[in-house]
Structures are given as structure tokens and as C-alpha cells.
Design a protein around this ligand. Sequence first.
Ligand code: SAH
Ligand code: TYD
Ligand code: ZN
Length: 409
Amino acid sequence: MSRTSRCRVCNGTVTEFFDFGRQPLSDCFLAPGTAVEKEFYFRLATGVCGECSMVQLTEEVPREHMFHEDYPYHSSGSLYMRTHFENLAKRLLDRELTGDNPFVVEIGCNDGIMLRTLADAGIRHLGVEPSGGVADLAAAKGIRVRKSFFEESTATEILEAEGHADVIYAANTLCHIPYIGSVLSGVTRLLAPGGIFVFEDPYLLDITERTSFDQIYDEHFFFFTVQSVQYMAARHGLELVDVERLPVHGGEVRYTLAHQGARRPSPAVAELLAEEQKKKLSDMATLQRFGQNVVKVGQELTTLLRDLKDDGKRVVAYGATAKSSMITNFCGIGPELVEFVSDITPSKQGRLTPGTHIPVRPHEAFSDPYPDYALLFAWNHADEIMEKEQEFREAGGKWILYVPDVRVL
Ligand code: SAH
Ligand code: TYD
Ligand code: ZN
């Protein structure tokens, strides 16, 4: 008998298709000496809703465990992502924010990577960000931030204080929110009649086709598709009016929602929906096949690392990502296989990776001296990282990648 849970969108039956086992909080880097019994664990498993087709986790981690004062993820660490969000902000300025005194709300603004461009342009804005440390970084850039979780009551308060929003935006945040019904009720209320709600998150089709299974971890609760987003929008009087595939973070979709009937849907919506249907994206058989690929990639990676160890090679990892927490815990990759992880984020340095306790060291350690192999945990930033680490290759170093398959470059 398959395990089931209740859908957080429609209350339908969610049937589990893969169990990643016991996992710690993916962004909880331990200070050395922390009692390991204190690490919080939960069962990470994915299922699909038989009613609305939404793929989702079957167990929820309390939000305060993940998003708090010390949340270590800083969006602005990647130059490529800074450019990505600057381009989006400029597009909003050109196309949407041309009226009288427009107002933009961003859900999950983090360190202000997107809003800084709008703030610099003098646009009225508000970032809603529960993680205090990153919210302070945004505020230091001159961005107006409200330190709270966005949900229906937050939207009501913002509406009363500031009026309707012309654009509500969320990047890599909506998929983090199991109580998504409350968020969408809030969005529907806060959004101006002609306004748009734009969000971008990892795309299930990219995850299944490229076996990028490390996108699945505590913070990523939902794995959206055109089909599931269309259904979810309709429940809240909203309509999916545009979709755009994005190359960032291993493949995402930017969804644009408007009040029902307010805007004419672009043909891109029906086109991508047709592709999902042709590929039977949300069918149990497809999702189970994905699960088989996960097991295969995981085994190949672990075998490669063990072989390199046996050959006396030095392997370090690059990028202490949340994604890698999931993969190291799933595959059993610890400090005996990977000496340390190099990362530029000060709040992760000097700490240990969740569950597997691999030391995180500053970037300077990477070249001191270069290892034989670098396991690229931040594979989604491969172009940017490989370009700036050309000396590593010139010194004879090799990269290990595992998306879409295990390979040495
Ligand atoms: N938009 C940024 C940050 C993504 S990380 C980017 O794309 O890089 C996700 C962010 O969402 C975190 O900063 C987290 O604190 C925030 N978050 C989580 N739940 C939230 C909620 N209910 N409302 C607003 N922000 C939330
Ligand atoms: P990212 O892949 O964006 O996200 P997640 O944690 O959600 O999986 O994280 C990238 C990590 O890699 C982040 O900790 C910063 C680090 N990093 C470097 O150390 N050097 C770099 O050049 C880049 C681009 C990132
Ligand atoms: Zn459902």
C-alpha cells in the first residue's frame, strides 16, 4: 500500500512516489561542538495529488525552524543571479510600473537582490521577509522591509496601510510555503484590479528530465507545473496569463497571474501545458521512473567518490548549498569522502554541513593547495564558477558534476 497525505492546495489525496529518508534542516549549518542530538530531522518524501496534480512534500517542517534571524542563504552571492533580477526589475519598470505612483510588494526579498533596482528607481515598494538577518541586509541597501511571514493577515494589513499593489513578486519563495492557500487569498486581496502576481520557482519538468533531485529538500515544499498552477490560481479567482522558462537554478518557470478575465492569456501557457501533457509529466509512472533515476545517480556518485578515495585522491566540494545537504545525507557522503566544502558565505564558514558534518571553509582554502577533484554542489552556478576558477583546471584539477548525470570534466 502506498503512503498518502492531504494536498495543501485542494485537500485531495496525495500519493507518495519517493522517500528520501530521514533528513536534517538543509540550511542549518552547525557550529563545531554543537550537540548533534539537537539536530532536527524529518522524513523527506514526495507525492502527487490525484485531484489537482500538485507534486509536494508529504511532511511539513515548522517554518520557524527554517526561516529565522540566522537564515544563512544570501541571494546576492551570485553575480549571475544579480543580473537576472536586475533584468526582471527593469522589465517591470518598462512594462508594468508606468502608471501614477505604482506600488510593488515582494514576498521573500532576502537581501534585496531584486528590490534594490526598484528602490534606486524611486518606486514605492515593500519587501516582506521573515528572516531577520537577510532582511537587515536589504534595509541597509535602502529597501523598505517588513520582517514577517507573508500570509493572508499580512496582505490585509499592507492593503490597509498602503493600498493595492500593482505587482506582487516572489522568486524561489512561493514553493517554500505549505500554507499557500493563505498566501494566495492574501495576494488576491492585495493585488490591484489590473495588477499581476509574478513568481518563479524550480520547474518539475526540468527536475524530472535532468534528475536534478537535489532540488527536493525541506524548504522546497511544492514543485509547480503549468497544470497545477492553473488549477491553484482558479481556486482563488486568479488566472495564469503567462509562463516563461528560465535557465536559472537548473531550470525554472516564471508564472504570471492576474485577476480572472483581467488579461488575455499568452499562447505560451497553452503551449507549455500541451508539452507537459505530451510528456505525461504528473503521471505516477513518470514520477516513479524519476525515482529510479535518483537511485541510479546517487549510487554512481557514491561509487565514484569511494573509488577516488581508494586511489588516494583529494576531493573537496564547492558551494555549501541547501541542495547538497539533501544529496549528501541521501547518499551518505561525509568528511571521509569529501575533505571540506568551499563557500563564500561568511555565515556558513567555520561550520559543519547539516547531518553529514563536512567542514565549510572560506574560498581561500580551495586553492591552498588545489584538490585533485572538486565536487560542484553549486552546479546551478556552473558557468559562473568554472569561468572564475580556470586556474584550478590549469593546475590539473577536475570538476565532478552529477546533473543530469555523473561526469568528470
Ligand atoms: N527571492 C530570493 C530569496 C529566495 S530564498 C531569491 O530568489 O534569491 C527564500 C526566502 O523566502 C527566504 O529569504 C525566506 O526567509 C523567505 N520566506 C519564507 N517563507 C516566507 C513567507 N511566508 N513570506 C515571505 N518570505 C518568506
Ligand atoms: P544556491 O545554489 O544558490 O542555493 P541553495 O543553497 O538554495 O541550494 O547556493 C549557492 C551556494 O554556493 C551559496 O552558499 C554560495 C556559494 N557560492 C560560492 O561559494 N561561490 C560562488 O562563486 C557562487 C556563485 C556561489
Ligand atoms: Zn491537490
